[in-house]
Design a protein around this ligand. Structure first.
Ligand SMILES: [Zn+2]
Length: 239
Protein backbone atom coordinates (compact mmCIF):
# COMPACT_ATOMS: atom_id res chain seq x y z
CA UNK A 1 0.00 0.00 0.00
CA UNK A 2 1.84 3.04 -1.33
CA UNK A 3 1.20 6.70 -2.07
CA UNK A 4 1.67 7.10 -5.83
CA UNK A 5 1.11 4.90 -8.89
CA UNK A 6 4.80 4.00 -9.44
CA UNK A 7 5.91 3.66 -5.80
CA UNK A 8 5.35 -0.08 -5.38
CA UNK A 9 7.47 -0.88 -8.42
CA UNK A 10 10.24 1.45 -7.30
CA UNK A 11 10.38 0.42 -3.64
CA UNK A 12 9.40 -3.25 -3.57
CA UNK A 13 8.68 -4.56 -7.09
CA UNK A 14 11.22 -7.37 -6.86
CA UNK A 15 9.80 -8.60 -3.57
CA UNK A 16 6.25 -8.50 -4.95
CA UNK A 17 7.44 -10.63 -7.85
CA UNK A 18 9.07 -13.11 -5.49
CA UNK A 19 5.87 -13.33 -3.46
CA UNK A 20 3.87 -14.08 -6.61
CA UNK A 21 6.37 -16.77 -7.58
CA UNK A 22 5.93 -18.24 -4.09
CA UNK A 23 2.17 -18.52 -4.69
CA UNK A 24 0.91 -15.34 -3.03
CA UNK A 25 -1.84 -13.18 -4.53
CA UNK A 26 -0.48 -9.62 -4.70
CA UNK A 27 -2.54 -6.43 -4.71
CA UNK A 28 -0.86 -3.09 -5.41
CA UNK A 29 -2.61 -0.08 -3.88
CA UNK A 30 -1.80 3.57 -4.48
CA UNK A 31 -3.53 6.18 -2.36
CA UNK A 32 -3.48 8.81 -5.10
CA UNK A 33 -3.59 8.83 -8.88
CA UNK A 34 -0.48 11.03 -9.00
CA UNK A 35 -2.28 14.14 -10.23
CA UNK A 36 0.72 16.42 -9.55
CA UNK A 37 3.29 14.35 -11.45
CA UNK A 38 3.17 16.52 -14.56
CA UNK A 39 4.15 19.94 -15.91
CA UNK A 40 1.73 19.83 -18.86
CA UNK A 41 -1.44 17.77 -18.28
CA UNK A 42 -4.58 18.64 -16.30
CA UNK A 43 -5.19 16.66 -13.07
CA UNK A 44 -7.86 14.59 -14.81
CA UNK A 45 -5.67 13.88 -17.86
CA UNK A 46 -2.62 12.81 -15.88
CA UNK A 47 -4.73 10.73 -13.45
CA UNK A 48 -6.20 8.77 -16.37
CA UNK A 49 -2.75 8.27 -17.90
CA UNK A 50 -1.17 7.19 -14.64
CA UNK A 51 -3.96 4.77 -13.68
CA UNK A 52 -3.50 3.03 -17.03
CA UNK A 53 0.27 2.92 -16.49
CA UNK A 54 -0.19 1.44 -13.00
CA UNK A 55 -2.58 -1.22 -14.25
CA UNK A 56 -0.16 -2.14 -17.03
CA UNK A 57 2.77 -2.34 -14.59
CA UNK A 58 0.82 -4.55 -12.18
CA UNK A 59 -0.15 -6.81 -15.09
CA UNK A 60 3.55 -7.38 -15.90
CA UNK A 61 3.84 -9.50 -12.74
CA UNK A 62 0.22 -10.64 -12.46
CA UNK A 63 -0.71 -8.31 -9.57
CA UNK A 64 -4.05 -6.51 -9.15
CA UNK A 65 -4.02 -2.71 -8.96
CA UNK A 66 -6.28 -0.53 -6.79
CA UNK A 67 -6.37 3.26 -6.33
CA UNK A 68 -7.92 5.06 -3.34
CA UNK A 69 -8.48 8.16 -5.53
CA UNK A 70 -7.05 10.71 -3.11
CA UNK A 71 -5.37 13.88 -4.38
CA UNK A 72 -1.62 13.75 -4.96
CA UNK A 73 0.41 15.76 -2.44
CA UNK A 74 -2.58 16.32 -0.15
CA UNK A 75 -3.14 12.86 1.32
CA UNK A 76 -4.78 13.22 4.72
CA UNK A 77 -4.77 11.05 7.79
CA UNK A 78 -8.43 11.52 8.59
CA UNK A 79 -11.46 9.37 9.25
CA UNK A 80 -12.85 9.16 5.67
CA UNK A 81 -9.46 8.16 4.24
CA UNK A 82 -8.83 5.68 7.02
CA UNK A 83 -12.27 4.17 6.41
CA UNK A 84 -11.36 3.67 2.73
CA UNK A 85 -8.23 1.78 3.81
CA UNK A 86 -10.07 -0.31 6.39
CA UNK A 87 -12.81 -1.19 3.92
CA UNK A 88 -10.27 -2.20 1.29
CA UNK A 89 -8.54 -4.44 3.84
CA UNK A 90 -11.92 -5.92 4.76
CA UNK A 91 -12.37 -6.92 1.11
CA UNK A 92 -8.82 -8.28 0.68
CA UNK A 93 -7.96 -9.66 4.17
CA UNK A 94 -4.21 -9.09 3.65
CA UNK A 95 -1.84 -11.39 5.50
CA UNK A 96 1.20 -9.23 4.68
CA UNK A 97 1.29 -5.48 4.09
CA UNK A 98 4.20 -3.48 2.66
CA UNK A 99 4.04 0.29 2.86
CA UNK A 100 6.39 3.27 2.89
CA UNK A 101 8.87 3.90 5.68
CA UNK A 102 7.50 6.16 8.47
CA UNK A 103 10.14 8.76 7.54
CA UNK A 104 10.43 9.37 3.81
CA UNK A 105 11.01 12.39 1.60
CA UNK A 106 7.34 12.83 0.56
CA UNK A 107 4.68 13.46 3.20
CA UNK A 108 2.16 11.39 1.17
CA UNK A 109 4.52 8.44 1.78
CA UNK A 110 4.50 9.10 5.52
CA UNK A 111 0.73 9.55 5.59
CA UNK A 112 -0.11 6.31 3.76
CA UNK A 113 2.36 4.56 6.05
CA UNK A 114 0.34 5.68 9.06
CA UNK A 115 -2.96 4.83 7.35
CA UNK A 116 -1.70 1.34 6.44
CA UNK A 117 -0.44 0.78 9.97
CA UNK A 118 -3.79 1.72 11.51
CA UNK A 119 -5.84 -0.21 8.95
CA UNK A 120 -3.71 -3.29 9.61
CA UNK A 121 -4.50 -3.11 13.31
CA UNK A 122 -8.14 -2.16 12.91
CA UNK A 123 -9.57 -4.17 10.04
CA UNK A 124 -10.04 -7.47 11.96
CA UNK A 125 -12.18 -5.61 14.55
CA UNK A 126 -15.87 -6.30 13.77
CA UNK A 127 -17.15 -2.78 14.43
CA UNK A 128 -14.76 -0.74 12.26
CA UNK A 129 -16.54 -1.44 8.95
CA UNK A 130 -19.94 -2.48 7.70
CA UNK A 131 -18.31 -4.88 5.23
CA UNK A 132 -18.24 -8.61 6.04
CA UNK A 133 -15.36 -9.88 8.16
CA UNK A 134 -13.53 -12.86 6.70
CA UNK A 135 -12.70 -15.68 9.12
CA UNK A 136 -9.07 -15.36 7.99
CA UNK A 137 -8.87 -11.65 8.90
CA UNK A 138 -5.99 -11.04 11.29
CA UNK A 139 -3.43 -8.32 11.98
CA UNK A 140 -1.02 -8.78 9.04
CA UNK A 141 2.75 -8.83 8.91
CA UNK A 142 3.71 -5.21 8.33
CA UNK A 143 6.89 -4.07 6.60
CA UNK A 144 8.24 -0.63 5.71
CA UNK A 145 10.01 -0.39 2.37
CA UNK A 146 13.23 1.55 2.02
CA UNK A 147 12.73 5.31 1.83
CA UNK A 148 14.14 7.09 -1.20
CA UNK A 149 17.94 6.85 -1.17
CA UNK A 150 17.71 4.64 1.96
CA UNK A 151 17.84 7.67 4.25
CA UNK A 152 15.32 9.28 6.61
CA UNK A 153 14.34 12.97 6.43
CA UNK A 154 17.47 13.92 8.39
CA UNK A 155 19.73 12.13 5.90
CA UNK A 156 20.47 9.27 8.29
CA UNK A 157 20.86 5.80 6.74
CA UNK A 158 17.91 3.52 7.55
CA UNK A 159 19.01 0.21 9.10
CA UNK A 160 17.07 -2.64 7.45
CA UNK A 161 15.79 -5.59 9.48
CA UNK A 162 15.58 -7.81 6.38
CA UNK A 163 16.94 -7.88 2.84
CA UNK A 164 15.25 -9.65 -0.07
CA UNK A 165 17.51 -10.80 -2.92
CA UNK A 166 16.10 -9.44 -6.19
CA UNK A 167 19.20 -10.04 -8.35
CA UNK A 168 17.27 -12.22 -10.78
CA UNK A 169 14.28 -9.83 -10.85
CA UNK A 170 15.83 -6.55 -11.97
CA UNK A 171 14.81 -6.97 -15.59
CA UNK A 172 11.16 -7.51 -14.78
CA UNK A 173 11.07 -4.67 -12.24
CA UNK A 174 12.59 -2.43 -14.92
CA UNK A 175 9.80 -3.50 -17.28
CA UNK A 176 7.26 -2.51 -14.63
CA UNK A 177 8.88 0.88 -14.12
CA UNK A 178 9.03 1.55 -17.85
CA UNK A 179 5.22 1.26 -17.96
CA UNK A 180 5.22 4.62 -16.14
CA UNK A 181 6.36 6.60 -19.18
CA UNK A 182 4.57 9.78 -18.07
CA UNK A 183 6.95 9.91 -15.11
CA UNK A 184 10.18 9.69 -17.05
CA UNK A 185 9.90 13.32 -18.26
CA UNK A 186 8.41 14.52 -14.96
CA UNK A 187 11.32 13.12 -12.96
CA UNK A 188 13.79 14.76 -15.32
CA UNK A 189 11.98 18.14 -15.04
CA UNK A 190 11.20 18.17 -11.33
CA UNK A 191 13.42 15.65 -9.51
CA UNK A 192 16.42 15.95 -11.87
CA UNK A 193 16.57 12.16 -12.12
CA UNK A 194 17.59 11.06 -15.61
CA UNK A 195 16.32 7.48 -15.58
CA UNK A 196 14.27 6.17 -12.69
CA UNK A 197 14.84 2.55 -13.69
CA UNK A 198 18.58 3.18 -13.32
CA UNK A 199 18.00 4.85 -9.95
CA UNK A 200 16.05 1.76 -8.82
CA UNK A 201 18.79 -0.60 -9.99
CA UNK A 202 21.58 1.47 -8.40
CA UNK A 203 19.70 1.52 -5.11
CA UNK A 204 19.13 -2.25 -5.26
CA UNK A 205 22.83 -2.82 -6.01
CA UNK A 206 23.81 -0.65 -3.03
CA UNK A 207 21.49 -2.61 -0.69
CA UNK A 208 22.70 -5.83 -2.33
CA UNK A 209 26.32 -4.92 -1.55
CA UNK A 210 25.37 -4.70 2.12
CA UNK A 211 24.13 -8.29 2.21
CA UNK A 212 26.43 -9.98 -0.32
CA UNK A 213 24.16 -10.29 -3.37
CA UNK A 214 23.97 -8.44 -6.68
CA UNK A 215 20.74 -6.58 -5.87
CA UNK A 216 18.36 -6.45 -2.92
CA UNK A 217 15.36 -4.63 -1.52
CA UNK A 218 15.54 -3.63 2.13
CA UNK A 219 12.74 -3.48 4.69
CA UNK A 220 12.13 -2.65 8.32
CA UNK A 221 9.52 -4.81 10.03
CA UNK A 222 6.93 -3.26 12.35
CA UNK A 223 7.19 -5.26 15.55
CA UNK A 224 5.03 -3.25 17.95
CA UNK A 225 2.42 -4.73 20.28
CA UNK A 226 -0.28 -6.84 18.54
CA UNK A 227 1.55 -7.06 15.21
CA UNK A 228 3.14 -10.41 14.25
CA UNK A 229 6.87 -10.37 15.07
CA UNK A 230 7.98 -13.44 13.14
CA UNK A 231 9.97 -12.27 10.14
CA UNK A 232 8.01 -13.94 7.35
CA UNK A 233 10.04 -12.27 4.56
CA UNK A 234 13.30 -13.54 6.08
CA UNK A 235 11.78 -17.00 6.54
CA UNK A 236 10.87 -17.13 2.83
CA UNK A 237 13.68 -15.19 1.20
CA UNK A 238 16.65 -15.17 3.57
CA UNK A 239 19.71 -13.67 1.95
ZN1 LIG B 1 5.69 8.37 -4.18
Amino acid sequence: MMAHPDDAEFHCGGTLLRLIEAGWQVHIVSATAGQCGTMTHSPQEIAAIRLNEARAAAAVIGAIYHCLDQFDGMLMYDRPTLQLCVDLFRRLSPALVITHHPMDYHTDHETICRLARTASFLYPCPNCSTLPLSPRATVPYLYYADPNEGVDIFGKRVEPTVYVDISAKLQLVTRMLLCHQSQAQWLRDHHHVDAFEQAMAEHARWRGSECGVEAAEAFVQHRGHAYPREDVLAAMFTV
